[in-house]
Design a protein around this ligand. Sequence first.
Ligand SMILES: [Zn+2]
Length: 158
Amino acid sequence: MFEIHFNKHLLQTFKMSTTEDQQKQQLKTYNGSCHCKAITYEAEMDLSQGTGKCNCSICFKSRNWIAFIKDVNQFKLLTGKEMLGNYQFGKKTCTHHFCKACGVRVYLYGNMGNFDFICLNVPTIDNLSQKEFSELTIKCSNGASDDFYNQPEFFSHL
Ligand SMILES: [Zn+2]
């Protein structure tokens, strides 16, 4: 249940469920990596669409801060495929990928049934300044109560 709701939530939150919305995106190229740089990637994203944090079990414990990529072709793993750890739970619709050497969570790969998507872990992006990170819009979700569409009562610690 968790992952299915989570996925629907992502679509609604980031309002990327139609072709028209996708065409409005202003894609930029971002490069990112885990801490030890074993895993590197390139991603085309429009971060002005917003980013997300959540109080659900996996997001809370892993301090997840996500940027949603609806088209998996906009994400390219450049190095480190052999270093990717894979973690799944529940209905296993999402695979959470982390670096087996440094432990940093890099992205998750999810499946909605009719399409796949990726959620990048925002702090792994290398070509954003601290100022730019600080200016990203963050939407908080109450995943812990299976209420992904709404902000939780307490969220400043997420
Ligand atoms: Zn690493």
